[in-house]
Design a protein around this ligand. Structure first.
Ligand code: TXA
Ligand code: MG
Length: 317
């Protein structure tokens, strides 16, 4: 198992040596390496068992550092970074050749973000290079929102996990790119669309139906627990699955089942977002056959929560 701790110097020594370290962010935990080191990046793909066509996100301490690695930042990207960095927003921008092709999966763009977590910001400010970090889970599985989640699955493959507590947002970053200067949202995430649109106007949604930007829909579902998950009206689902060992995942209502999670008893979408991934992980440890889940209201962070539920479900909408 990996060592879990808060020692930034230990993290730095490992990263300087081209090794991997799991890092906390406000969205989810990342599996980090020196983003300028292709050999280190190859280890990330290997540990995650991630297909090489799926690019990594590069993490920087601020916009000044970002501009070392990207060229031609559109005005709207600057406005977004000024307003939402550090925070749960990834900008897809034209990359400089300093970023290895492996990191960007051969694309001429790179996803870049400035995470909002004190430990990781301190680490990034200490390092002489940016960190490439996908979510620290095996490819296709639910993202980790706690150090123990990372340890459960990747603990035997990495040496150190920097522990920053529970991720305060709990959903991956919102990803925005620019095609002919038109803002395009590739992934709904921890930053809602409304504040984005308020600043830069209309955006186009181009959500991958898989995590592969170049061949959507060809991979099996993503963000998935091992247990099958179906969505619908919970009461109806409970009737339909009568006699089976079920786990119920509700937004705010109590169904008084033996195995259930209520995402937010007072109906808060941000609390629901924070609880979603750990609830899915807990169901996987329970003695149940199937997860019965309901969608949350389709507003604000609810859009991203429903996106993850849909990708996790066997009856994808
Ligand atoms: O919140 C997050 O973004 C977390 C934390 C650790 O920062 N990271 C994360 O990374 O979720 P990952 O690798 O699990 O998801 C990255 C997504 C992938 O779906 C990938 O296809 C997309 O970002 N992506 C990365 N670079 C891209 C690019 N140049 N163009 C389009 N999509 C890109
Ligand atoms: Mg991921």
């Amino acid at each position: 198992m990996a060592v879990i701790g808060t020692d930034i110097t230990r993290a730095q020594i490992l990263l300087d040596a081209g090794e991997l370290v799991a890092i906390p962010t406000e969205t989810v935990y990342g599996l980090a390496c020196n983003a300028l080191n292709a050999v280190a990046a190859a280890k990330v793909f290997a540990v995650k068992e991630r297909p090489a066509f799926n690019p990594l996100i590069v993490h920087v301490p601020d916009m000044r550092h970002a501009s070392l690695y990207v060229s031609a930042v559109p005005e709207k990207a600057k406005v977004l970074a000024e307003n939402f960095w550090p925070g749960p927003l990834t900008l897809v921008l034209k990359k400089k050749s300093l970023i290895p092709d492996l990191v960007s999966a051969g694309l001429d763009t790179v996803g870049i973000r400035c995470p909002d977590h004190p430990l990781t910001r301190k680490l990034l400010e200490t390092l002489a290079y940016p960190l490439a970090a996908p979510s620290a889970n095996p490819f296709g599985y639910v993202s980790p929102t706690a150090a123990t989640h990372v340890n459960d699955q990747l603990g035997s493959k990495i040496e150190y996990i920097l522990d920053g507590g529970i991720s305060s947002i709990g959903l991956e970053s919102t990803i925005i790119g620019f095609e002919d200067d038109v803002p395009v949202v590739y992934r709904l995430g921890g930053l809602s669309l409304k504040p984005i649109q308020k600043l830069i106007g209309q955006v186009t949604l181009m959500l991958h139906s898989s995590s592969n930007p170049s061949s959507p829909g060809q991979l099996k579902s993503h963000y998935s627990p091992i247990k099958p998950l179906v969505t619908g009206n919970i009461k109806t689902l409970i009737e339909q699955h009568y006699g089976r060992r079920v786990g119920v995942l509700s937004f705010k209502d109590n169904y008084y089942m033996d195995h259930q999670f209520i995402l937010s008893a007072n109906g808060s979408l941000s609390e629901a977002a924070r609880n979603l991934f750990s609830a899915l992980r807990k169901f996987d440890e329970m003695d149940i056959d199937i997860i019965l889940a309901e969608y949350v209201p389709d507003t604000g962070l609810g859009l991203a929560i429903n996106d993850r539920l849909s990708r996790a479900s066997v009856n994808r909408r």
